[in-house]
Design a protein around this ligand. Sequence first.
Ligand code: NAP
Length: 529
Amino acid sequence: MSSEVLPSYLAGRWQAGSGETVEVLDAATGEPVTRVGAAGLDLGSAVAQARTTGRNSLRELDFHARAELLGGVADALKQRREELYGWSARAGCTRRDAAFDVDGGIGTTAYYAGLGRRELPAGTVILEDEPVRLGRGGTFAGRHLLTTPDGICLQINAFNFPVWGLLEKLAPAVLAGVPTIVKAATPTAYVAAHAVRIIVDSGLLPPGVLQFVAGDVRGLLDTLGGQDRIAFTGSAATGAVIRSHPAVTRHGVHVNVEADSLNACVLGPDAAPATAEFGLFVDTVVTELTLKTGQKCTAVRRALVPREWAAAAADAIAARLAQVVVGAPEAERVTMGPLVGRAQRDDVRAVAQRIAAVGKLVHGDPGRVEPVGADADRGAFLAPLLIQVDDPGRPEPHELEPFGPVTTLLPYRSPQELPALLARGGGALVGSIVSADHRFAAALVREAAPWQGRLLVLDAGCAGESTGHGTVMPQLIHGGPGRAGGGQELGGLRAVHGLMRRTAVQGSPDLLATLADSSGHETTDDASR
Ligand code: NAP
């Protein structure tokens, strides 16, 4: 396999950087896959192309035409998804992991295509609400108008979802008429590059609508202004660096941050070991710990169980983890692949050991793994680890994020402790409550909600159709407060509205009606009534 420099797609052509590069290795074999670097690339021309060609071509299309493009993009990716699975395997993904990323991204794109066709007007601007009467005589009113900003969206993505991360941001941006430049995370940039290649090969998106950088974009950030947006996904530490970038602080570049999250899953006091809910809790913890080798921003890091059932929960989870087969992602029988790289594996191991130092390891040995079909010394393998910390007040499980196959079991004494324990994560993307006691669950939802982006209440009645703790649905918002970044993505049309610029327009009801007519909206004269 070659280790040539991975090309970026800028100003209408694939071009490789010429300076310093970072070598990226296969997660399982340690063989070189590619080298990543953007030195020598003219990122300024890419921004200029997005601002002119990309912007103008999208403006010539109304929402419905943009939705058609997205539908075509989803189809093109679907037809070639096996290629994406193949590249994902090099990054350590089993087929199930790859499907989560690749099919999740395609599904989200298709969802936005449908939403655009069904729920957006046949124009290029959105009148958000009904006119509001502002004068007694009914001659003066106001209304909110959403227009496409004169800017671009710079996506800066995390390594763990190279396809979904790209598409879940691209789809609303295309609908909103905003050209995109994608900066992929170095460890999996080749997977994202292949998704972009499929889209470019399809010829569907007009020039300048989608560009792609493999490598450093710090210089590009300097060119951003007040109509631009950075959509960042990654660690809280990098998010803080981006938020304090001079372009952001001086020019008011809009920044959306999706960051770390110490997500919790709570077993309700009603869910004794023999109940269906106890089984659902064990399933949730095991799935979240092993899917994508635990490298999911939404994975369960803190599993809270009633103290009297801690031993039963530990035994049940450990028994399931004992069946996990770690190894080369495409080898037979393997159910969990390696982490994305050895540096990542070493970080996760070190963080897990810091948490285990204040508790005990219930399952797995951070220093020992025997991968199937692979060499433990060459690949980034780690056994699944279950830690138990008997004092749930300890800071470590609530503050340290082991971004890999690691969960900490935290026994609680009373349900009254739960809201404070959930909040100890400092703001999370998602939390789960597994309980058939709806009074208990509803009370906890009310108390815990300010600290959670999404809350799943799982019981035997809804489990059959539940999309699960870790799955981000495009219909619902994704993003959490505080440590999780305070950002918001997806959530149906909210994502499209969020990318557009909201202006309050005031004038006569007739002016507002004319605005509605010329925007493809049905006329309403509510304000004059
Ligand atoms: P990361 O190290 O913070 O990197 C994220 C992205 O930022 C990468 O593309 C990285 O590029 C880029 N970057 C780093 N320094 C930069 C700078 N100074 N200026 C501009 N870009 C810069 O995170 P990661 O290791 O890829 O991803 C793992 C983390 O992401 C975990 O903490 C996880 O919780 C979080 N995550 C959150 C979500 C969510 O939706 N909230 C989703 C997935 C992951 P390089 O790779 O080239 O350095």
